[in-house]
Design a protein around this ligand. Sequence first.
Ligand SMILES: *Cc1c(COP(=O)(O)O)cnc(C)c1O
Length: 299
Amino acid sequence: MFKITAALFEPQRVETLWTRQHNIFLDILRTDLLHPVVSGNKWFKLKYHVEDAFAKHFDTILTFGGCFSNHIVATAFACKQAGLKAIGIIRGELESAQKAHTLQQALSYGMQLYFVTREQFRDKEAIKKEFKNVYPVNEGGYGILGAKGAGEMLTGIADHQRYHHIVMATGTGATMAGIVDRALPYQKITGVSVMKNNRSLDSEMRALLSESSVHKNYEIIHRYHFGGYARKSEDLLLFMNEFYMETKVPTDFVYTAKACYALKEMIVQGDIPGGSRVLFIHTGGLQGNLSLPKSKLIF
Ligand SMILES: *Cc1c(COP(=O)(O)O)cnc(C)c1O
């Protein structure tokens, strides 16, 4: 079990060759320190879903995900902590899933898992109808309530007003939407998409913004997918090791390393001007690295 403490919201100042060369003040919000398995942003996205489920007198949450879904395990955990039952609808085969560390964790937190084919998985409405009296949460915690919770990662930081630029990894866009919603007009928010050609992401992110946030200063960049979701290159792994050596901050190859790599390039190319105070939101996900051969990473 864990508690959200004030210490979690104290960003960590880091320095690298490229922050020094370009005179950038880089702070990292280490939500990866929240828990070894539960991704920081996933927990925040679930907070208001859990509250809403309680308020509406549900005792079970139903949600969806793949075999390696950080959201599934976070839901299992959040429900256990809140005293709710959890059902996970998993896309894919039981056989391959048995190997998935992530799902083992979800089971250990008491989640009930159901495996469906890709085709069945697409029809979420049909699946929901098969379960009575369950509170449904979208895949990845996507939704207004998810974004609302994620925004608290920013507002939890005492002096979050000091940052000029905020950077994070983006999957469904819910986390980013929450951050944009809580950002100030002079802050530039950059989301780094970890998927290839996820063309609907921009509009899905925008759909979660409040009216007054639509014209804030934000952008999603799509060039840092490294081949697609959960794909990687030797170059990315090399970067992860280098970044760890310089900062002692571990990243994961599915999300945070890609965003951090993009951040480095934005700084080196001058897209983030010298003198800027930058906040990088480390969203967690480190257990994703367990699928890599041991020799690849130094941490
Ligand atoms: C799910 C996840 C994201 C993406 O969050 P969205 O709100 O879906 O954009 C980023 N980082 C990590 C570690 C994640 O697990």
